[in-house]
Design a protein around this ligand. Structure first.
Ligand code: ADP
Ligand code: MG
Length: 294
C-alpha cells in the first residue's frame, strides 16, 4: 500500500526554487587528436560531433526522461547540463544564467553510484551537505541527513559502508545524497541500469513516491520504455549519433500518483509504448546498418 507523504523533508536553503532550464542549439564536438593516423582504417582521426543543435526547454517541477539508442549522446548532453563537460556550441541557461560548471543547483545520480567507499551512508550525505553549505549548524545538518535517509528508506543503515550494502541500497544513498543538497534539478544517468529487474522495479516505485513528495525538476536517462512511461511527464527521444538530435517529445498524460497497473489501463499507454518501440527499433537498426557498412 502506498502511504501519502504530507510534509516535505528539511533541506538546505537555496537561492531560488524555480528551475527553468533552457538548452539552446547545443552542440558537442570531441576533438580528434591532430594528425593522428589510424593504421586500421587508413584515415586521419577527425573531430567527432556527438550531439548537434539540440534545443530543449525544461519547465520547473517536471519529470523528463531522455531515451535514445546506445551511444547516441545522452550522457554527453546530461554531462553538459551538469557542467561536467564543456559545451562546444550553443548555450544552456538555468534561470537565464549560462551554465559554466558544476553547481549545487544541480544534483547528479550516477549509474555506478559514485559513493565515497571509506565513508558510511551518513558520512557520504554529511560530506555533500557540508560541501554545499559550509556554515550549516550541526543540528540542522543532522536533521537534513536523517530525513533524507528516511526518505529513501535507509533508516537503520546510517553507519554502514557502501560495500556492506546491496546495489539497490547504494543507489538509494546516491539519490539521498543528491536530494540532500536541495538542488533545483536532479540529473540521473541510467540510475537503475546496474540493478537486477526486481530491485529496479522497487526503486522505480520509490522514485515515483519521492517525486510525488518533492516535485523536483528531474532529467533522467533511461533505456527502459516502461520506466520512462511510469515516471515522466515528458519523454525526449533522441536520434542516433553522430550529430544526434532531438527527434520527438512525447507528453505522458497519466494522472498521478501512478503505478504500473493503473498506467497500463490508460487508453494512451499502448500507443505511447508502440511509438517509443518503433523509434528505438528504427534508430538502433540504422546504427547496426552503419556498423555493417550499409
Ligand atoms: P549514450 O550515453 O547515449 O550511450 P554517450 O553520450 O556516452 O552516449 O556518447 C555519445 C558518443 O560520443 C559516442 O559515440 C561516444 O563514443 C562519444 N564520446 C563520449 N565521450 C567521449 C570522449 N570523451 N571523447 C570522444 N568521444 C566521446
Ligand atoms: Mg550513457
Amino acid at each position: 500500500m502506498r502511504t501519502a507523504p504530507v510534509n516535505s523533508v528539511a533541506s538546505i536553503d537555496q537561492p531560488s526554487a524555480a528551475s527553468h532550464l533552457s538548452i539552446r542549439n547545443v552542440t558537442k564536438v570531441f576533438p580528434g587528436k591532430k594528425g593522428m593516423f589510424n593504421k586500421l582504417s587508413g584515415k586521419t582521426k577527425r573531430d567527432f560531433v556527438a550531439v548537434q543543435d539540440i534545443s530543449l526547454d525544461i519547465e520547473p517541477n517536471t519529470f523528463v526522461t531522455i531515451i535514445g539508442p546506445s551511444g547516441c549522446g545522452k550522457s554527453t548532453l546530461l554531462n553538459m547540463i551538469a557542467g561536467l563537460s564543456p559545451i562546444s556550441g550553443g548555450e544552456i541557461l538555468l534561470n537565464g544564467m549560462p551554465i559554466t560548471g558544476p553547481g549545487p543547483d544541480r544534483g547528479m545520480v550516477f549509474q555506478n553510484y559514485a559513493l565515497m567507499p571509506w565513508m558510511t551512508v551518513e558520512e557520504n550525505l554529511r560530506f555533500a551537505v557540508e560541501t554545499v553549505d559550509l556554515k550549516i549548524s550541526p543540528k540542522r545538518r543532522d536533521r537534513i541527513i536523517k530525513e533524507h535517509i528516511q526518505l529513501v528508506g535507509l533508516t537503520g543503515a546510517e553507519r554502514k559502508h557502501p560495500h556492506e550494502l546491496s546495489g539497490g541500497m547504494r543507489q538509494r544513498v546516491g539519490i539521498a545524497r543528491a536530494l540532500a543538497i536541495n538542488p533545483q534539478i536532479l540529473l540521473m544517468d541510467e540510475p537503475f541500469g546496474a540493478l537486477d529487474a526486481l530491485t529496479r522495479g522497487f526503486l522505480q516505485d520509490e522514485v515515483e513516491r519521492i517525486w510525488e513528495q518533492e516535485r523536483k525538476t528531474v532529467i533522467m536517462i533511461t533505456h527502459s520504455i516502461e520506466e520512462a512511461l511510469l515516471l515522466s511527464d515528458r519523454i525526449v527521444m533522441m536520434t542516433r549519433g553522430p550529430a544526434a538530435r532531438v527527434d520527438e517529445i512525447l507528453e505522458v498524460p497519466f494522472p498521478r500518483p501512478r503505478n504500473r497497473e493503473t498506467i497500463e489501463q490508460h487508453p494512451a499507454y499502448h500507443d505511447l509504448k508502440a511509438e517509443m518501440e518503433s523509434h528505438l527499433f528504427r534508430e538502433t537498426r540504422a546504427v547496426e546498418a552503419a556498423r555493417m557498412g550499409g
